[in-house]
Write a protein that binds this ligand. Structure first.
Ligand code: BGC
Length: 760
């Protein structure tokens, strides 16, 4: 029997990114290694907060996993083991774990003795950030701590070979590589869940070759991000516009890049050659041959970027349009991959009011070059196609446009973002009210009555409480420490047979405090670094075992926001700075959970890029940046057809809190993308209570304002009945249409119908 979780192990293994290797890796069996720091004993499986707090049966650590495979220096190991005994790991109650744990200063003489006995010194750097906690530009966070700097200085004086592992979820400053040239190998193992230590050790030993690629750009310095206004308590104006991550660096500042997006080494080499390509309907199919030309087995990621024409809408230098990972290729073995690129990945959003294609996705005329390779920088032109005339791909709207004018970065100096008319909000269709007809939810499940007929039985007093989630830790939940329950938690839904749904975090496994332990999978950024969406099925299968036991049918994750800045506290639980990569991963996880009848709730819709003042701050951005960068992962997940739950973000998007942002939810998500599933707010979010109605804003209850935006459940209240009174009053006094409440009930119950679990 397997004594480890294979799915978690494989994902952690495939996510690790080898950035440098000048010969120290892999270790040989029996190699003499001095393992410095407390970190080898304390592998960090995740970041902190709701995206990480999973009580797993164990967490593999690198010291234990290595000790049988290499000869670890005893004196060094004992020194740190003693230090840990005297300074145990500080959990800080399991929520805001310190970024770095207390670290000792080591005596130089100990380092000197170790260098005389060992060839290699290994150091693991760890950083933990999370919910409500952004990274700061200071020692022990972005920079090395004093103890880490001191350790590298001493090691450099005595060791010729230093191997560094980064057990992190956010990028950190890497300028120390230049200061300490003895560091000859650098491997990011991210926060790889409970099997992360085992996977790291396996890679260190060469039992597998690293195959992860960077889902973010790593820069030489944090000053490379000075063009990104970040961290304001009030307004974060996206002056960088569409130039997020490599889109900026490749276009404007290639010299700032230390390791480009998509980069990652292996222990073997691959030859990637373009075979042929062409349009097949609305997909460009590219056949690519990959051959393992090295001496050990490995996997490679093929990446295709486009260099689009600089037409009326300017373009970043390169944009990722497709990627695929090979199977495990033995030395000499080849595989032909067919990358299928939908037309839409080449389209751009035209946000100019005076354009023929205003507020639409278009394909601009001109030559599109395709570049193939291992990372954004190294990719070489392999094909091209011509679009003779600018084509309309999808006519959309100016929904969620900015409220005030501003300028953003452009290759022609500045681009002016103007203001213009707001979109018309859709009317909600009413369901005829019938009063109680005796229809049960079972009748709906077996097709005897429609969901509309079922909902038609309820009046405003009965429907309103249903739109407020009950939590935290509701006694009605199937498991302690759940985030919320909804559905059949209240009368008359309970007696009509609607099942109660328990929802729990989160993105890296089930976060609940029952007596069982739960599988902790690698964090989002690690999953994205695998560039392998096919791993989602096995991971969802293993997490599902916990969900089934705990009767949790709605899982609050994955987090799919774009990593806009290296300091974003929740970067670890998000996927990437690139929308296609993030959207591909998001879709894969939504689909994989849906196979088990689990609603994976994607979050946080939309533009959550920082934790500082997260309940209030306003993310101000152009429609183009919103549509082309920040919304794409959500759009891709919504369009899988398997999405049943979405969580809004805390922040405002262009002046309106997401949980009450009708243009974002009712227009973009529902009307334009066709999503009819459940939308819930984030827990205890702020909302706007003025409603733009008939040109004249009116004041409504906070829970009504959520509903008016197309958000079905406000999360959370201990007892939903009392707070629902405001909604009832608003409906009775004509400020909120009853139809809006009925639609919320429709989305909510429709998502309950999808869930498999309650029926088992
Ligand atoms: C977080 C969400 C989480 C929710 C429930 C909020 O504070 O922002 O991501 O799912 O709590 O735990």
């Amino acid at each position: 029997m397997e004594s480890y979780n294979k799915a978690c192990f494989q994902a952690a293994l495939e996510g690790a990114v080898l950035l440098e290797n000048h010969g120290s890796l892999p270790f040989r069996k029996g190699e003499k290694v001095a393992l410095f720091g407390r970190e080898p004993f304390e592998y960090q499986k995740s970041g902190s907060g709701s995206g990480g707090d999973v009580r797993s049966p164990y967490v593999t650590d690198i010291h234990d996993e290595l000790k049988e495979k290499v000869v670890l220096d005893e004196e060094v190991t004992n020194f740190y083991a003693d230090f840990i005994k005297a300074n145990p790991f500080d959990w800080n109650g399991g929520w805001l774990t310190p970024t770095v744990q207390k670290q000792p200063m080591i005596e130089e003489s100990l380092v000197e003795r170790a260098a005389a006995r060992n060839d290699i010194a290994m150091v693991i750097l760890e950083r933990v950030y999370g919910e409500s906690f952004d990274q700061a530009e200071k020692k022990g966070e972005w920079y090395l701590s004093d103890a880490e700097e001191d350790l590298f200085q001493k090691l450099s004086r005595h060791f010729r070979h230093i191997v560094v592992l980064l057990n992190i979820g956010n990028p950190m400053d890497l300028s120390f590589l230049k200061r300490y040239p003895a560091i000859d190998s650098l491997l990011i193992v991210w926060q790889g869940g409970m099997e992360g230590g085992k996977a790291a050790a396996s890679l260190l030993m060469g039992e597998a070759a690293p195959s992860g690629k960077l889902p973010i750009t790593l820069t030489k310095s944090i000053h490379a991000y000075e063009h990104v206004p970040f961290g304001s308590y009030e307004t974060n104006l996206h002056e960088e516009d569409i130039y997020v991550g490599y889109r900026y660096f490749d276009t404007f500042a290639p010299e700032e890049v230390l390791y480009p997006f998509g980069f990652g080494l292996s222990y073997t080499k691959f030859a990637i050659s373009y075979q042929n390509g062409g349009w097949d309907g609305d997909h460009f199919k590219a056949n690519v041959l990959v051959k393992n030309t090295g001496s050990v087995a490995g996997k490679e990621v093929v990446q295709l970027y486009t260099e689009a024409p600089q037409g009326d809408l300017e373009e970043p230098k390169r944009v990722l349009v497709g990627f695929q990972k090979t199977k495990l290729l033995a030395p000499g073995e080849s595989e032909t991959l067919t990358l299928s690129l939908p037309l839409r990945v080449f389209a751009r959003f035209d946000d100019r009011d005076d354009s023929k294609f205003a507020h639409s996705f278009v394909l601009e005329k001109g030559t599109y070059r395709l570049c193939l390779g291992g990372d954004v920088r190294e990719a070489k032109e392999c094909d091209s196609f011509l679009i003779p005339e600018t084509k309309l791909i999808e006519r959309l709207s100016a929904a969620a446009r900015p409220e005030a004018e501003f300028d953003v970065l452009s290759q022609h100096g500045k681009r002016h973002i103007g203001v213009g008319p707001r979109v018309k909000l859709p009317e909600m269709p009413a369901i005829p009210y019938t009063g109680d007809k005796g229809y049960t939810f079972q009748d709906v499940r077996n097709g005897a009555h429609s969901l509309k007929e079922f909902i038609g039985q309820f009046n405003v007093e009965e429907l309103a409480p249903m739109t407020i989630g009950e939590g935290w830790n509701s006694p009605k939940a199937s498991v302690p420490n759940s985030a919320a329950v909804y559905g059949g938690n209240l009368e008359p839904l309970t007696s009509k047979g609607v099942e109660i749904v328990t929802c729990c975090d989160g993105p890296s496994g089930l976060r609940a405090k029952d007596e069982r332990t739960h599988i902790a999978i690698p964090v989002g950024v690690c999953l994205a670094a695998t560039f392998n969406p096919s791993l989602a099925d096995a991971l969802a299968d293993t997490v599902y075992q916990d969900l089934k036991e705990a009767k949790v049918y709605c899982l609050l994750g994955p987090g799919i926001n774009i990593m806009r800045h290296p300091f974003g506290g929740r970067n670890f639980e998000y996927f990437s700075e690139d929308p296609l990569l993030a959207g591909t991963m998001a879709s894969a996880y939504v689909n994989a959970y849906a196979k088990h009848g689990i609603a994976a709730c994607i979050k946080h819709f939309a533009v959550n890029s920082q934790e500082t003042e997260r309940y209030y701050e306003n993310e101000v951005l152009s429609e183009r940046a919103l549509r082309e960068i920040f919304l794409i992962p959500f759009e891709m997940a919504a369009k899988t057809g398997n999405l049943h739950a979405v969580m809004t973000s805390y922040n405002e998007v262009n002046g309106r809190h997401s949980g009450s942002n009708a243009e974002l939810v009712n227009v973009i998500l529902r009307q334009e993308w066709g999503y009819q599933g459940l939308v819930m707010t984030d827990w205890g979010c702020r909302v706007d209570t003025t409603l733009p109605k008939d040109e004249k804003p009116i004041e409504i209850d906070r829970y009504s304002s959520t509903l008016a935006a197309g958000v079905d459940i406000y999360m959370v209240q201990t007892d939903p009945v009392k707070p629902a009174q405001g909604i009832i009053k608003d409906v009775k006094e004509g400020r909120l249409d009853f139809a809006v409440l009925q639609q919320a009930a429709y989305h909510l119950l429709d998502s309950v119908l999808f869930l498999q679990g309650p029926r088992d």
